[in-house]
Design a protein around this ligand. Sequence first.
Ligand code: MCA
Ligand code: AMP
Length: 509
Amino acid sequence: MYDTNHLGHHLRSASVGRDETLYAEMLDGRTLSYGEMFSAAEKNAAALQKVGLSPGDCVAAQLEKSIESIQLYLGTILAGGVFLPLNTAYTPSELEYFLADAKPFIFVCDPETAPTLEGLAAQAGVSKVLTLSSDGTGTLMEALPTHTENFKEVARAKDDLAAFLYTSGTTGRSKGAMLTHDNLVSNAQALQQCWHFDRHDVLIHALPIFHIHGLFVATNVTLCAGASMLFMPRFNSETILSLMSKATVLMGVPTFYVRLLESPNLSPKTVAPMRLFISGSAPLLAETHKQWSAVTGAEILERYGMTETNMNTSNPYEGERRAGTVGMPLPGVEVRITDADSGQQLGQGEIGSVEIRGPNVFKGYWQMPEKTKQEFREDGFFITGDLGTMDGDNYLSIVGRSKDLIISGGYNVYPKEIEIILDDVEGVYESAVIGVPHPDFGEGVLAVVVLTGDTSQNENGIKNILQQKIAAFKRPKNIFFVDELPRNTMGKVLKNILRDRHKDNFIKS
Ligand code: MCA
Ligand code: AMP
């Protein structure tokens, strides 16, 4: 029925013959069985084919979180398409770049944003715009056939693309990471095995579904295991705590755990039905790990991944979950620490560049062969841009980044992208964007700006301009004005000095 390398085949295999099994329960009490889920996915696939989607074509989607958008993802995969999820916080000006760069065949957006985005999509050469609202209405839903007897799944080879996810870059230009069927299948299987996922599991799904974490780690692992999920539209501490009585697993970014720890309702009794708490996407402070154990008696399992590589390492399910480490390489994944310049492998305990090789590692950046080449060693290892060290028991610790990147509440912000926009603002001479410790988001975005001598530009004026151009999570929470930026003799801005100067600056929002 399916090509055995097909992601669709693997996502469905655990539920074959179990059509009645619960797949998802929504907060309003609506439920969806596996049979209903895959029937809807097939209808999506048929509708996409009907509007002209050919195998290998891209379907881009900027959609509020809903079970229907997961059906669209599955439908795209079944139709042999390549799914490109886009953050709902992106502004039209950010979307313009993604659509023009990826040139998707179909773009699916919210009916409310469609009037603004249709023009952009047409300019970018998108063939068809469809709409889907979080309440499950829109032109996509109208295009679904009533049944799918004639639906033919499209076979795909393991190296064919299944998804396309943008990750920003140190140059300020976003890069589309191309992920294959094999990348996603191998990773879902490795995680299912390492985290002991089975059909009895019930995942609390509170993550956004436009990133690897919420879309692939959470959704694919659940499907591969034939498990079910409690599907929340967004994160909310008290809702999560109330769902724990009928759940077994939570996946979150560190901010989830920081916020849950603030609730008086978090206790060993509340978490008792849960067998696993997983954290990733950003560093979990050892302090948060320890506090969680002290308050709940349960230990968070931290893992480490990246858009380009899916998941790389995980603390053990059985065995010590070492606070401050991201655990051991997943089955089939090789991790090594090297000297960044020479590429020479370093010894145990030494700090160096983290490099990854395995079936999880992406195929390259979309239409950027040179950039792709730069990020790989000749023997196939991908240079992550993270700095780490391995201890004698093979536990990896991420100790920093060689890439200029801020991770705020699990979202990546590339300073260069913000600096380019800031430097373009009238009255701004130059800028430096840095991450500083933030009690809720781990790191908060802060800008240090030098104004031209003859301007009346101020913080609010700059913030208003940024609001038009970039997603809210990327905008500096505070802007500091200085006469000049600290530089080394080569003229490079010394961000470590700025980070140190501003490390205690309270971020208001
Ligand atoms: C929201 N805001 C933020 C963030 N989130 N600002 C900075 N950093 C953030 N992460 C801003 C909003 O723009 C808004 O600003 C204000 O905060 C309140 O927004 P709200 O939507 O109410 O926030 P929230 O719902 O409380 O969201 C916080 C959150 C969310 C739950 C932590 O950011 C979240 O779900 N993060 C998870 C991200 C994630 O899944 N990352 C995985 C990607 P204003 O008031 O100005 O409008 S990384 C990945 O996939 C790799 C492979 C991996 O390893 O997993
Ligand atoms: P992204 O580009 O969104 O895929 O973000 C990937 C980056 O997130 C990695 O290169 C790391 O810098 C960071 N990251 C993910 N998980 C962890 C973790 N558990 N600890 C520290 N950093 C992490």
